[in-house]
Design a protein around this ligand. Structure first.
Ligand code: AMP
Ligand code: MG
Length: 361
């Protein structure tokens, strides 16, 4: 048995074009010279680091950050924000994070939740309902059981009876979410355990974008583990160039550039070619179908969604991925979601897209 996909957590690659697209979306800065490093890009400032188990990268205009002091202050503000969102709110690794405390409370008791957690839970519930449960953040017991979580369980195929027990713990309807002004309170009607990995990175991208705007940056590209939000333009005067990666682990090649004619663009991708294990010749992905309680098994390699926020794009990319190509396209067309699907066929990779994605091609 072989575990793959921890590449996303490895050291930063040397060249900017290879940076941080740990899943499937990545950005292009200078098509004419794909080997140039970001620091050598005229007028561009790249800030990067590690968060939420993956890499982040922020691109700004050099001119907007006048000196080393301003740069250091900005880096500090950004890393504090990310530390807060990761360790204080969304982490399932940190036992005292808000999410861990929510996971620990008994059924039938209420717990207060911050605006951050509330916002993500409300969005998660909306996508849960609209995707008929394909997207379900109460997936944690299964994620752990299959060895993709924060436990020491090695990735392996669990016993059927154990899978059935974990499956019985699923269901977002067991969560009562009450909004009280900016924050809220949550009650569990049965013991459910939440994993926000499929949506929290997108939310954090939006939060960083908002932070940068508050600080007066009208041109930025923020990316965490392949989830992206961009505003304005690259210093070369063109809109930021964002692409979809060819869904092959370790390759990091462009599959499709996304046409960007807007001031603001949010893009997220859900892929199954980085994080998986192989057992007896069969590949098991970290994306789990709540209906079967098994990792999805299809020729679909990645789903990319363009939406009004990176949080929405992130959640829907996972939801459509779980739904599969046919149902995913139907759902995306019904809901007018801009979605791009890459399938591994006998004739190589094949792309499909929803109607709303056409303007981005
Ligand atoms: P993403 O890369 O955004 O598609 O998120 C994948 C992660 O979300 C997995 O590693 C799991 O932690 C979690 N996950 C797996 N299956 C689901 C699902 N059906 N609904 C919500 N989250 C899921
Ligand atoms: Mg996602």
């Amino acid at each position: 048995m072989k575990k793959a996909g921890t590449g996303a957590k490895s050291a930063l690659p040397a060249f900017f074009i290879l940076l941080s697209f740990s899943i499937a979306a990545y950005f292009l800065i200078d098509n004419s010279d794909p080997q140039a490093s970001s620091s050598s890009e005229p007028g561009l400032l790249a800030l990067n680091g590690h968060t939420m188990g993956t890499q982040y990268q922020i691109l700004l205009h050099n001119l907007a950050v006048p000196d080393q002091g301003a740069k250091a202050a900005l880096e500090h503000t950004i890393s504090e924000k990310l530390r807060f969102l990761d360790k204080v709110v969304f982490s399932t690794y940190a036992s005292d994070s808000e999410l861990s405390r929510l996971n620990q409370i008994e059924a039938e008791s209420f717990i207060g939740v911050s605006n951050e957690l509330l916002t993500v839970l409300l969005q998660a519930r909306e996508v849960y309902l609209q995707s008929s449960g394909a997207f379900d953040v109460t997936i944690k017991p299964l994620v752990d059981l299959w060895g993709f979580g924060d436990t020491n369980v090695l990735p392996d195929v669990p016993q059927r009876e154990v899978i059935a027990l974990a499956k019985a713990q699923l269901g977002m309807t067991a969560l009562e979410i009450n909004q009280q002004g900016d924050s809220g309170a949550v009650k569990k009607h049965k013991p459910v355990f939440i994993d926000l990995s499929a949506i929290a990175k997108g939310y954090a991208v939006d939060q960083l974008g908002q932070l940068l705007e508050t600080l007066g940056h009208n041109n930025y590209l923020v990316e965490i583990g392949g989830e992206i939000s961009s505003l304005g333009k690259h210093p070369d005067g063109r809109f930021w160039r964002i692409g979809i990666e060819r869904p092959e682990a370790g390759q990091k090649l462009l599959f499709q550039q996304i046409r960007n004619g807007a001031e603001k663009l949010a893009v997220a991708t859900s892929g199954n070619y980085q994080n998986f294990f192989i057992h007896e010749g069969q590949q098991y992905s970290h994306i789990i179908n709540p209906v079967t309680a098994w990792p999805i098994s299809s020729e679909l390699r990645s789903v990319t969604v363009v939406a009004s926020s990176a949080m929405t794009a992130d959640a829907w990319a996972t939801a459509l991925h779980v739904s599969g190509l046919e149902e995913g396209i139907r759902l995306a067309n019904d809901l007018q979601l801009a979605a791009f699907f890459i399938v591994d066929s006998s004739k190589g990779f094949k792309a499909y897209h929803s109607d709303a994605f056409s303007p981005y091609l």
